[in-house]
Design a protein around this ligand. Structure first.
Ligand SMILES: [Zn+2]
Length: 417
């Protein structure tokens, strides 16, 4: 299993200048590769191979006055830029031929200076974490890293990223075997995802919606409104655009940190974790823009699934049609609040005399149903690589995990921050 670890970097002035050169060179090679293949296509010629492109766009280009500066940066960075262009084409072709799931993709586009920039160093580029804690980056120097946690083993590659807001990150890929990394525990939990509260656990714990969701949402709306009023191409518009990007980044960081904390606690404390399928929630809420809260719910269950898998825990989603809210957890009769009005009922009394908090009762039902499904082999459980396994066909990985922030999608990566 491959994991991605991301840390903030603090390059010095000269290092930033060297990075800018490397970003620029990688972008040029990438764009040249995209252009070369577009040209071949337009001329009705076969697609040039990566080896041919490497020779023409790197080795030979370095000898021309227009591209001589390519020699100033690490050759690995340029090769990796070619590999990225290759993968972008491959993804495009796979999506055309139906081999790749999801919507049709457009052919690779040219990269621009104003977007997120990145360069990747593989192990043969001889990047190194020094005893001092600095990261030695070829042709850049020894860069200061803010280590927020330890790398579990030697990384196989590092991507240096500069965001649209001007921050630098190192994103390490580390290979791990899929063994359980947490000691086994006794408890299991069912989780009801809420509107009023973020989540209610069957043990009675309530995870409240953090206040910063609403606060940052207001901030974003305001920044976007300001941006929409600025004239195209004006300096003020550029400033407003940067502000929107900053708020987005703030939301991403706070939300990710918060979700990671909640997920880590739940996985540490529970051997079995069962949640309801979220597609039902979407229906209950109706259409409209996705709030931070809604987006966070999906992220929360995704990360629970992958973290549970890494820790060797059982994780399953309960069928979307399972009536978790209406079932009485005490007697098993369908007696609870129904439909849209049911969303407003906080507490209800069953015919059997049991008094229920609606969400807690639902969480207990989700726990029981999740256990039943897993025992019966009906659950969509998660395998060690974090991919989903279809019920009844154990061992066949289906979905792939999304890649980390600011990264192009990579099939087997899980983000750890
Ligand atoms: Zn009852």
């Amino acid at each position: 299993m491959l994991l991605r670890y991301r840390f903030r970097l603090y390059p010095t002035g000269p290092q930033r200048a060297a990075l800018a050169r490397s970003f620029g060179c990688a972008r040029v090679v990438y764009n040249d590769a995209v252009a070369a293949r577009k040209r071949a296509h337009a001329d009705g010629k076969p697609y040039p191979t990566t080896a041919a492109l490497s020779k023409a766009l790197i080795t030979e280009a370095k000898r021309t006055p227009e591209r001589a500066w390519l020699a100033e940066v690490s050759a690995v960075v340029l090769q990796q830029a070619l590999a990225d262009a290759d993968r972008a084409w491959q993804n495009f072709f796979d999506s055309l031929s139906g081999q790749r799931a999801g919507p049709r993709m457009s052919p690779p586009r040219f990269k621009r200076r104003s977007n997120t920039q990145s360069i990747r160093f593989t192990r043969n580029a001889r990047f190194r974490v020094l005893g001092s804690g600095k990261l030695r980056v070829p042709k850049i120097g020894d860069v200061k890293v803010a280590w927020s946690r330890e790398l579990p083993s030697e990384p196989t590659s590092v991507t240096v990223v500069k965001t649209a807001t001007g921050k630098y990150y190192a994103s390490f890929v580390v290979a791990l075997d899929g063994e359980a990394t947490l000691p086994p525990v006794e408890d299991e939990t069912g989780i009801d995802l809420g509107l009023k509260d973020f989540a209610v656990l069957s043990g009675g714990k309530v995870i409240e919606n953090p206040r910063f969701f609403r606060r940052l949402e207001r901030k974003l709306t305001k920044a976007q409104r300001v941006l929409s009023r600025k004239q195209r191409g004006s300096a003020n518009r550029e400033k407003a655009r940067a502000r929107v990007a900053r708020v987005h980044e703030q939301i991403r960081h706070r939300r990710d940190d918060w979700i990671n904390q909640q997920v880590a606690t739940i996985v540490a404390e529970n051997q079995g974790i069962y949640v309801e399928d979220l597609s039902v929630r979407g229906l209950a809420r109706g259409r409209g823009a996705k709030s931070i809260h809604d987006a966070a719910l999906g992220m929360f269950t995704d990360r629970l699934a992958s973290k549970a898998a890494r820790a060797g825990r059982t994780f399953a989603k309960v069928d979307r049609y399972f009536p978790s809210t209406q079932l009485c957890a005490a007697c098993g009769v369908l007696a609870g609040p129904k439909g849209r009005e049911g969303l407003r009922v906080r507490e209800w009394v069953c015919r059997c005399g049991a008094v229920h908090d609606r969400d807690l009762n639902a969480a207990v039902n989700i726990l029981e149903e999740g256990r039943r499904m897993v025992a019966a082999g009906q659950a969509e459980t998660v395998n060690a690589s974090g991919g989903q396994v279809r019920p009844g066909t154990p061992g066949i990985a289906r979905n792939t995990r999304p890649a980390g922030r600011n990264e192009e999608p990579t099939r087997t990566l899980t983000t750890v921050s």
